[in-house]
Design a protein around this ligand. Structure first.
Ligand SMILES: NC(=O)c1ccc[n+]([C@@H]2O[C@H](COP(=O)([O-])OP(=O)(O)OC[C@H]3O[C@@H](n4cnc5c(N)ncnc54)[C@H](O)[C@@H]3O)[C@@H](O)[C@H]2O)c1
Length: 270
């Protein structure tokens, strides 16, 4: 039997170093906020240079944060960032593969380049990030990799998302395979599956739909298409995701690996 550690201690991330890809806004930024609140040093890694401002804002609030420009589709750049963080911070304990794109195009109209870009970011980016992080975690004998999947990793909610759905199904499979091979090294690998979450990109999509539909459009009707099927009858917030992300990477989830955890208001259950 191992010693029973207090719950308050198990939820803390003090001394941990976490990289969050796509951390410049939306779900990734909120995950960074909660991880830093729990005591971690967070590295926001994003292809958008505004990531530096996002990290500076966290530091201004008294949190431990830094930033890096990273395109997750660049394997060498993932490796370089992981090595830099491990060298500068002394460890690399958590890597969140959150960067993702979700264009909407009917299956018969998707340009090949768009199909490939969705797989480049959502699948290849997750693979490159996980492997870059695992190199250091294997040396440490510990670590957690958290992949941000989607309810689209399980079901198809609307038209136009065949590439996205296929990519998130792949993330679920990759999570299982990584968990199997990295578990013996003390590394847990999980995925989190958000339901529709109100982020800047989702709100931009809402605005585009409003512009296309004209007078008949209402935001409530737009979201109702999704929430009507959700037992909790609301869309998600980034904080709904970040709170479960804290659970996934904390000592509370020490025996959880390989699973994709739905944070979906009950959508997948009914
Ligand atoms: N918002 C939702 O409704 C929802 C639902 C289910 C799953 N998800 C998943 O959650 C994750 C985050 O979604 P979000 O809504 O917060 O997105 P978002 O578009 O608001 O933010 C994503 C961030 O990732 C960055 N990014 C995009 N491509 C990148 C690349 N190649 N390299 C590095 N950074 C890159 C962007 O610059 C941006 O800062 C994605 O993986 C998405 O598929 C979102």
């Amino acid at each position: 039997m191992t010693e029973e550690r207090p719950l308050a201690e198990l939820t803390r991330l003090d001394g941990k170093v976490a990289v969050i890809t796509g951390g410049g806004q939306g779900i990734g930024l909120q995950i960074a906020r909660r991880f830093s609140e729990a005591g971690a040093h967070v590295v926001l890694a994003d292809m958008n240079e505004s990531v530096h401002e996002a990290a500076a804002a966290l530091v201004a609030e008294g949190r431990s944060a830094s930033s890096a420009v990273l395109n997750v589709t660049d394997e060498a750049a993932n490796s370089a960032l992981a090595a830099k963080v491990a060298a500068e911070q002394g460890s690399l304990d958590i890597w969140v593969n959150n960067a993702g794109i979700y264009p909407t195009t009917p299956v018969m109209d998707i340009p090949t380049a768009e199909w490939q870009s969705v797989f480049d970011v959502n699948v290849n980016g997750t693979f490159f990030g996980a492997r870059a992080a695992a190199k250091h975690m294997i040396e440490q004998g510990s670590g957690v990799i958290l992949n941000i999947s989607s309810t689209s990793g399980f079901r198809v909610s609307n038209d136009g998302v065949s590439h996205y759905v296929a990519s998130k199904h792949a993330v679920g499979g990759l999570t299982k395979a990584l968990a199997r091979e990295l578990g013996p090294h003390g590394i847990r690998v999980l995925a989190l599956a958000p339901m529709l979450t109100v982020t800047p990109t989702v709100m931009a999509n809402v605005s585009n739909t409003a512009a296309a539909q004209g007078d008949g459009f209402t935001e409530d009707a737009f979201f109702a298409r999704y929430t009507d099927r959700v037992p909790l009858r609301r869309v998600a917030t980034p904080d709904d995701m970040s709170l479960v992300a804290v659970f996934c990477v904390s000592g509370l989830a020490g025996y959880v690996t390989g699973s994709t955890i739905a944070v979906d208001g009950g959508l997948l259950a009914v």
